[in-house]
Design a protein around this ligand. Sequence first.
Ligand code: ADP
Ligand code: MG
Length: 440
Amino acid sequence: MHGGAYKNMKTLLRHKLTHHDSSKYDGFRLTNLGYDYLAIRTMVSRGLISGVGRQIGVGKESDIFEVVTPEGETMALKLHRLGRTSFRAVKSKRDYLKHRNSYSWLYLSRLAALKEYAFMKALGEHGFPVPRAVDWNRHCVLMTLVKGYPMVQVKNLSDPAKAFDTVLGLITRLAQHGLIHCDFNEFNLMIDDEENITMIDFPQMVSITHRNAEMYFDRDVECIFKFFGKRFNYSPPGIKMLKGPSDAENLDDDEEEGDGRPDFETVAGGEESLDKVLEASGFTRKDQETLEQFIENAEGEEDLSEEEEEEEEEEKEDDSENLQAENVDNISNAGGSFQKLTVDDRLDEEIDSSRDPQSLPVVSEENAATKPCFSLQDEGDESESGEEEDPKLQKRLEKTRNRAASHVKGGGRSRNSRNASKDKGGRRSRHVSTSSGYEF
Ligand code: ADP
Ligand code: MG
């Protein structure tokens, strides 16, 4: 390798932004951390964010952090990690490898971010209660922070009937606009103290023209009926608890009666379809198909045994070279504290590269699909099923937190010691991906 390029690659490796792999071929791949670095740096360069705070969510295939804007507003930054779940599937030797060959996870995470941004923006503009989509880059989406909690954490509601109607109304209104959420559940509905509801998490949405649309619609509806029934002991009036066959005979068979579920055929369509709006955003039908293929296959792959999970946990114990583990030391500070990010070109200078973050000589993620030697670093253990019970989420967060804490204390294979980050403004500061000592 040419001398200059060699030096650059070495620097990137040292900072764990790339990983050298010589098992199948001699090549380098961009790590999660490297991809995070590029995206967050771009957000900072655009003047959108100036600091990163605690991690507020670990989703099935994402990490969510609080960030702060230069104006001091707290927002949410979602980093998509498609493949985190599927990594397990690859390991368990199911037929996932075909995806790996055709699309890199880096590419899929970028598609998921674009889709989420485009849908959130379109939905917001059509009056749906969603976070405001601020911007996106690579696998990251910047959005406003929702006040409140995921509904799964709520034990009582003062007005369950109102909440139920709002939530069911959202499903039907989405269908009227040609869309189905497909993951419409208590984990993706946020509720605040006034019981206002906000819907989140859109990468898996499909059109009502999808071949399984009705099934997805019914599944979303069912989730809500089940959750409200179980958690709040609520079912809408007019829904009888069937005691015997004679009760069933007395029920009409029209749309709102019978089992009380809205009927897909009846409610779908009618309003302006958002399909066109979405295409205009740059998220094409082809992109949608690509993602759908991935997500549909992933759905069948989530039921790994505890044993397999444990196995992976162990294997990935030292996988702390990623943003998630490295940068949640603030998590215990419970909000309000942000690591200041500044666009500091030290790293760029070090790798003797263009200062344009888009052209760091790592990999062009646009090409990732066609360059199999670069793929997103495998990362399986932190995956969190959004459908799991909250205590499990807490357990994982706790684990992540502990790892980060041990890094701060110098317990882990900390790179802080090698490249101690400088304090800025008198505040002890660690930075997103700055365990390597650089800032954005
Ligand atoms: P995933 O697709 O991985 O399930 P989500 O978008 O559902 O990711 O986010 C996971 C969790 O992060 C949510 O359950 C919620 O607690 C939190 N979260 C996500 N977006 C926001 C936001 N805009 N404001 C506040 N919390 C959020
Ligand atoms: Mg979710």
